[in-house]
Design a protein around this ligand. Structure first.
Ligand code: NAP
Length: 255
Protein backbone atom coordinates (compact mmCIF):
# COMPACT_ATOMS: atom_id res chain seq x y z
CA UNK A 1 0.00 0.00 0.00
CA UNK A 2 1.33 3.45 -0.84
CA UNK A 3 2.03 5.68 2.17
CA UNK A 4 3.66 9.09 2.45
CA UNK A 5 7.42 9.17 3.10
CA UNK A 6 6.73 9.32 6.83
CA UNK A 7 4.31 6.38 6.67
CA UNK A 8 0.95 8.13 6.60
CA UNK A 9 -2.17 7.30 4.59
CA UNK A 10 -3.47 10.18 2.49
CA UNK A 11 -7.00 11.42 3.16
CA UNK A 12 -9.04 14.01 1.25
CA UNK A 13 -11.77 15.91 3.09
CA UNK A 14 -14.06 18.03 0.92
CA UNK A 15 -15.65 21.07 2.53
CA UNK A 16 -12.78 20.84 5.03
CA UNK A 17 -12.72 24.58 5.61
CA UNK A 18 -15.72 24.80 7.93
CA UNK A 19 -17.97 23.01 10.43
CA UNK A 20 -17.90 19.23 10.30
CA UNK A 21 -15.29 19.10 7.58
CA UNK A 22 -12.90 21.15 9.71
CA UNK A 23 -13.43 18.82 12.68
CA UNK A 24 -12.88 15.79 10.45
CA UNK A 25 -9.61 17.29 9.14
CA UNK A 26 -8.38 17.85 12.69
CA UNK A 27 -9.39 14.39 13.85
CA UNK A 28 -7.83 12.53 10.92
CA UNK A 29 -4.64 14.61 11.17
CA UNK A 30 -4.45 13.78 14.89
CA UNK A 31 -4.96 10.11 14.01
CA UNK A 32 -1.89 10.19 11.75
CA UNK A 33 -3.35 10.71 8.29
CA UNK A 34 -1.86 13.20 5.83
CA UNK A 35 -4.98 15.23 5.19
CA UNK A 36 -5.70 17.26 2.07
CA UNK A 37 -8.17 20.07 2.80
CA UNK A 38 -10.41 20.80 -0.18
CA UNK A 39 -12.97 23.59 -0.06
CA UNK A 40 -14.69 26.10 -2.29
CA UNK A 41 -13.37 28.72 0.10
CA UNK A 42 -9.60 28.70 -0.50
CA UNK A 43 -8.83 30.94 2.47
CA UNK A 44 -10.82 28.72 4.84
CA UNK A 45 -9.07 25.59 3.55
CA UNK A 46 -5.68 27.23 4.00
CA UNK A 47 -6.53 28.29 7.55
CA UNK A 48 -7.63 24.81 8.58
CA UNK A 49 -4.52 23.22 7.06
CA UNK A 50 -2.32 25.64 9.03
CA UNK A 51 -4.25 24.91 12.25
CA UNK A 52 -3.79 21.16 11.75
CA UNK A 53 -0.06 21.54 11.11
CA UNK A 54 0.30 23.75 14.19
CA UNK A 55 -1.15 20.89 16.20
CA UNK A 56 1.54 18.57 14.83
CA UNK A 57 -0.44 16.94 12.03
CA UNK A 58 0.29 16.74 8.33
CA UNK A 59 -2.17 18.74 6.27
CA UNK A 60 -2.14 20.08 2.74
CA UNK A 61 -4.03 23.14 1.59
CA UNK A 62 -5.30 22.15 -1.85
CA UNK A 63 -6.58 25.65 -2.62
CA UNK A 64 -10.08 26.46 -3.78
CA UNK A 65 -11.88 23.52 -5.38
CA UNK A 66 -15.56 23.49 -6.36
CA UNK A 67 -16.54 19.82 -6.13
CA UNK A 68 -19.28 20.35 -8.71
CA UNK A 69 -16.67 21.15 -11.36
CA UNK A 70 -14.95 18.02 -12.67
CA UNK A 71 -11.96 19.92 -14.04
CA UNK A 72 -11.32 21.62 -10.69
CA UNK A 73 -11.65 18.27 -8.91
CA UNK A 74 -9.17 16.65 -11.32
CA UNK A 75 -6.67 19.46 -10.78
CA UNK A 76 -7.16 19.40 -6.99
CA UNK A 77 -6.58 15.65 -6.82
CA UNK A 78 -3.52 16.03 -9.06
CA UNK A 79 -2.07 18.47 -6.53
CA UNK A 80 -2.80 16.03 -3.68
CA UNK A 81 -1.08 13.16 -5.49
CA UNK A 82 1.89 15.34 -6.38
CA UNK A 83 2.40 16.61 -2.82
CA UNK A 84 1.33 13.65 -0.73
CA UNK A 85 0.74 10.60 -2.93
CA UNK A 86 -2.24 8.38 -3.84
CA UNK A 87 -5.48 8.95 -1.98
CA UNK A 88 -6.63 6.08 0.27
CA UNK A 89 -9.32 7.84 2.28
CA UNK A 90 -12.05 10.16 1.03
CA UNK A 91 -14.64 12.04 3.06
CA UNK A 92 -17.29 13.59 0.82
CA UNK A 93 -18.47 16.27 3.21
CA UNK A 94 -18.89 19.44 1.10
CA UNK A 95 -22.51 20.38 0.79
CA UNK A 96 -25.01 23.19 0.54
CA UNK A 97 -28.45 23.50 2.05
CA UNK A 98 -31.64 25.22 0.98
CA UNK A 99 -35.13 26.00 2.27
CA UNK A 100 -37.88 26.71 -0.17
CA UNK A 101 -41.49 25.74 -0.67
CA UNK A 102 -41.64 22.96 -3.23
CA UNK A 103 -43.49 25.02 -5.83
CA UNK A 104 -40.85 27.76 -5.57
CA UNK A 105 -37.80 25.59 -6.22
CA UNK A 106 -36.40 26.88 -9.49
CA UNK A 107 -34.56 24.75 -12.01
CA UNK A 108 -31.37 26.64 -11.10
CA UNK A 109 -31.74 25.92 -7.37
CA UNK A 110 -32.51 22.26 -8.09
CA UNK A 111 -29.57 21.88 -10.46
CA UNK A 112 -27.10 23.56 -8.10
CA UNK A 113 -28.21 21.35 -5.21
CA UNK A 114 -27.70 18.20 -7.27
CA UNK A 115 -24.42 19.50 -8.69
CA UNK A 116 -22.80 20.14 -5.30
CA UNK A 117 -24.38 17.48 -3.08
CA UNK A 118 -24.59 14.60 -5.57
CA UNK A 119 -22.42 15.19 -8.66
CA UNK A 120 -19.68 16.52 -6.34
CA UNK A 121 -19.21 13.19 -4.51
CA UNK A 122 -19.51 11.40 -7.88
CA UNK A 123 -16.68 13.44 -9.42
CA UNK A 124 -14.36 13.29 -6.42
CA UNK A 125 -14.95 9.59 -5.80
CA UNK A 126 -14.47 8.64 -9.44
CA UNK A 127 -11.22 10.62 -9.51
CA UNK A 128 -9.62 9.09 -6.41
CA UNK A 129 -11.04 5.55 -6.50
CA UNK A 130 -8.34 4.14 -8.83
CA UNK A 131 -5.74 4.88 -6.11
CA UNK A 132 -7.69 2.77 -3.62
CA UNK A 133 -8.30 -0.06 -6.08
CA UNK A 134 -4.61 -0.17 -6.93
CA UNK A 135 -3.64 -0.16 -3.25
CA UNK A 136 -6.19 -2.88 -2.45
CA UNK A 137 -7.39 -0.75 0.48
CA UNK A 138 -9.61 2.28 0.71
CA UNK A 139 -12.19 4.04 2.83
CA UNK A 140 -14.95 6.37 1.63
CA UNK A 141 -17.36 8.18 3.94
CA UNK A 142 -20.22 10.21 2.51
CA UNK A 143 -21.82 12.85 4.71
CA UNK A 144 -25.51 12.67 3.86
CA UNK A 145 -28.25 13.94 6.19
CA UNK A 146 -30.79 12.64 8.70
CA UNK A 147 -33.34 14.62 6.69
CA UNK A 148 -33.04 11.95 4.00
CA UNK A 149 -34.10 9.34 6.58
CA UNK A 150 -37.11 11.19 7.94
CA UNK A 151 -37.98 13.75 5.27
CA UNK A 152 -38.09 17.48 5.85
CA UNK A 153 -40.59 20.03 4.55
CA UNK A 154 -39.34 22.91 2.41
CA UNK A 155 -36.17 20.97 1.59
CA UNK A 156 -37.24 18.64 -1.20
CA UNK A 157 -34.20 19.48 -3.34
CA UNK A 158 -31.76 19.09 -0.43
CA UNK A 159 -33.38 15.90 0.88
CA UNK A 160 -33.47 14.39 -2.59
CA UNK A 161 -29.77 15.08 -3.10
CA UNK A 162 -28.87 13.52 0.24
CA UNK A 163 -31.13 10.50 -0.33
CA UNK A 164 -29.31 10.07 -3.62
CA UNK A 165 -26.02 10.06 -1.75
CA UNK A 166 -27.30 7.24 0.46
CA UNK A 167 -28.17 5.19 -2.64
CA UNK A 168 -24.77 6.04 -4.15
CA UNK A 169 -23.13 4.72 -0.96
CA UNK A 170 -25.01 1.42 -0.98
CA UNK A 171 -24.47 0.67 -4.65
CA UNK A 172 -20.79 1.62 -4.78
CA UNK A 173 -20.10 -0.31 -1.56
CA UNK A 174 -21.21 -3.53 -3.24
CA UNK A 175 -19.16 -2.84 -6.35
CA UNK A 176 -15.83 -2.18 -4.60
CA UNK A 177 -16.11 -4.43 -1.53
CA UNK A 178 -13.98 -7.23 -3.09
CA UNK A 179 -11.16 -4.68 -3.44
CA UNK A 180 -11.13 -3.97 0.32
CA UNK A 181 -12.61 -0.54 -0.24
CA UNK A 182 -15.46 0.33 2.10
CA UNK A 183 -18.13 2.96 1.42
CA UNK A 184 -20.37 4.16 4.22
CA UNK A 185 -22.55 7.15 4.94
CA UNK A 186 -23.02 9.27 8.04
CA UNK A 187 -26.33 11.13 7.98
CA UNK A 188 -25.79 13.78 10.66
CA UNK A 189 -28.69 15.48 12.41
CA UNK A 190 -28.68 18.87 14.07
CA UNK A 191 -24.94 19.52 14.31
CA UNK A 192 -23.83 22.93 15.57
CA UNK A 193 -21.94 24.31 12.57
CA UNK A 194 -21.98 27.58 10.62
CA UNK A 195 -24.55 25.95 8.29
CA UNK A 196 -26.94 25.25 11.19
CA UNK A 197 -26.45 28.72 12.69
CA UNK A 198 -27.09 30.34 9.31
CA UNK A 199 -30.32 28.35 9.04
CA UNK A 200 -31.28 29.54 12.54
CA UNK A 201 -30.47 33.13 11.65
CA UNK A 202 -32.66 32.93 8.57
CA UNK A 203 -35.54 31.54 10.66
CA UNK A 204 -35.52 28.25 8.76
CA UNK A 205 -35.35 25.88 11.73
CA UNK A 206 -38.84 26.54 13.05
CA UNK A 207 -37.29 27.63 16.38
CA UNK A 208 -33.90 28.35 17.84
CA UNK A 209 -31.05 25.88 18.15
CA UNK A 210 -31.63 25.89 21.94
CA UNK A 211 -35.31 25.09 21.45
CA UNK A 212 -34.48 22.12 19.24
CA UNK A 213 -31.74 20.99 21.62
CA UNK A 214 -34.43 20.61 24.28
CA UNK A 215 -36.40 18.31 21.96
CA UNK A 216 -33.36 16.17 21.11
CA UNK A 217 -33.17 12.93 23.14
CA UNK A 218 -29.60 13.68 24.31
CA UNK A 219 -30.64 17.29 25.05
CA UNK A 220 -27.91 19.06 23.14
CA UNK A 221 -27.00 19.86 19.56
CA UNK A 222 -24.39 17.62 18.00
CA UNK A 223 -20.80 18.79 17.89
CA UNK A 224 -18.75 18.60 14.71
CA UNK A 225 -16.40 16.38 16.75
CA UNK A 226 -19.23 13.84 17.21
CA UNK A 227 -19.32 13.35 13.46
CA UNK A 228 -15.53 13.35 13.20
CA UNK A 229 -15.34 10.53 15.77
CA UNK A 230 -17.69 8.31 13.75
CA UNK A 231 -15.77 9.16 10.62
CA UNK A 232 -12.45 8.29 12.27
CA UNK A 233 -13.77 4.83 13.12
CA UNK A 234 -15.17 4.21 9.63
CA UNK A 235 -11.81 5.02 7.99
CA UNK A 236 -9.83 2.83 10.39
CA UNK A 237 -8.52 -0.67 9.68
CA UNK A 238 -10.89 -1.99 12.34
CA UNK A 239 -13.94 -0.97 10.29
CA UNK A 240 -13.05 -3.19 7.33
CA UNK A 241 -16.15 -5.39 7.68
CA UNK A 242 -18.51 -2.41 7.77
CA UNK A 243 -19.61 -1.28 4.33
CA UNK A 244 -22.73 0.06 2.65
CA UNK A 245 -23.99 1.18 6.05
CA UNK A 246 -25.85 4.23 7.32
CA UNK A 247 -24.29 5.28 10.64
CA UNK A 248 -26.47 8.01 12.13
CA UNK A 249 -24.98 10.71 14.36
CA UNK A 250 -28.03 12.59 15.57
CA UNK A 251 -28.46 12.44 19.36
CA UNK A 252 -31.33 9.98 18.95
CA UNK A 253 -33.44 12.24 16.74
CA UNK A 254 -33.66 9.45 14.16
CA UNK A 255 -33.38 5.77 15.08
P1 NAP B 1 -20.70 24.27 6.58
O1 NAP B 1 -20.23 24.77 7.90
O2 NAP B 1 -21.46 25.19 5.68
O3 NAP B 1 -19.46 23.66 5.80
C1 NAP B 1 -19.58 23.19 4.48
C2 NAP B 1 -18.30 23.50 3.75
O4 NAP B 1 -18.44 23.01 2.39
C3 NAP B 1 -18.06 25.01 3.64
O5 NAP B 1 -16.70 25.32 3.90
C4 NAP B 1 -18.43 25.31 2.19
O6 NAP B 1 -17.72 26.40 1.63
C5 NAP B 1 -18.01 24.03 1.51
N1 NAP B 1 -18.62 23.92 0.21
C6 NAP B 1 -19.86 24.31 -0.19
N2 NAP B 1 -20.03 24.10 -1.50
C7 NAP B 1 -18.88 23.57 -1.95
C8 NAP B 1 -18.43 23.17 -3.24
N3 NAP B 1 -19.22 23.28 -4.31
N4 NAP B 1 -17.18 22.67 -3.36
C9 NAP B 1 -16.37 22.57 -2.30
N5 NAP B 1 -16.73 22.95 -1.06
C10 NAP B 1 -17.97 23.45 -0.89
O7 NAP B 1 -21.66 23.02 6.78
P2 NAP B 1 -21.67 21.77 7.78
O8 NAP B 1 -22.86 21.93 8.64
O9 NAP B 1 -20.33 21.51 8.37
O10 NAP B 1 -22.04 20.64 6.74
C11 NAP B 1 -21.15 19.62 6.29
C12 NAP B 1 -21.99 18.55 5.60
O11 NAP B 1 -22.91 18.00 6.53
C13 NAP B 1 -22.82 19.08 4.43
O12 NAP B 1 -22.79 18.14 3.37
C14 NAP B 1 -24.21 19.19 5.02
O13 NAP B 1 -25.22 19.07 4.03
C15 NAP B 1 -24.22 18.02 5.97
N6 NAP B 1 -25.20 18.11 7.06
C16 NAP B 1 -25.12 19.07 8.02
C17 NAP B 1 -26.04 19.05 9.08
C18 NAP B 1 -25.96 20.01 10.25
O14 NAP B 1 -26.76 19.88 11.18
N7 NAP B 1 -25.05 20.96 10.28
C19 NAP B 1 -27.05 18.10 9.11
C20 NAP B 1 -27.13 17.17 8.09
C21 NAP B 1 -26.19 17.17 7.07
P3 NAP B 1 -18.42 27.87 1.65
O15 NAP B 1 -18.48 28.25 3.08
O16 NAP B 1 -17.51 28.70 0.81
O17 NAP B 1 -19.79 27.67 1.03
Amino acid sequence: MHLTTDGRRVAVVTGGGSGMGRAIVHRLAADGFAVAVMDLDAAAAAKVAVEAREKGGEALDVGGVDVSDRAQVREGVRRVRESLGPVLVLVNNAGITGFREFSAITDEKWDRMMAVNLAGPFYVTQTVLPDMIEAGWGRIVNISSSSAQGGQPFMVHYVTSKAGLIGFTKALALEVAPKDVTVNTIPPGFIDTPMLRESERRGMLGGTVDHHAGLTPVRRPGRPEDVAAACAFLVSDEAGYITGQIIGVNGGRNT
